[in-house]
Design a binder for this molecule. Structure first.
Ligand SMILES: [Zn+2]
Length: 47
């Protein structure tokens, strides 16, 4: 858990946050569509 927290805090790169519009799953920025439901509707948020 501590390791995970450190990784989150260290993630200071400017890549935008992406989320599936259909199921709300966090999607990797390199992914074309949602890995969970297969939807291509991916919302992008600037953090
Ligand atoms: Zn989805």
């Amino acid at each position: 858990m501590i390791r995970r927290l450190k990784r989150v805090l260290a993630a200071d790169d400017p890549r935008p946050f992406r989320e599936c519009r259909d199921c709300g799953t966090n999607v990797e920025t390199t992914a074309v569509g949602c890995p969970v439901c297969g939807s291509g509707e991916i919302a992008t948020y600037e953090v």
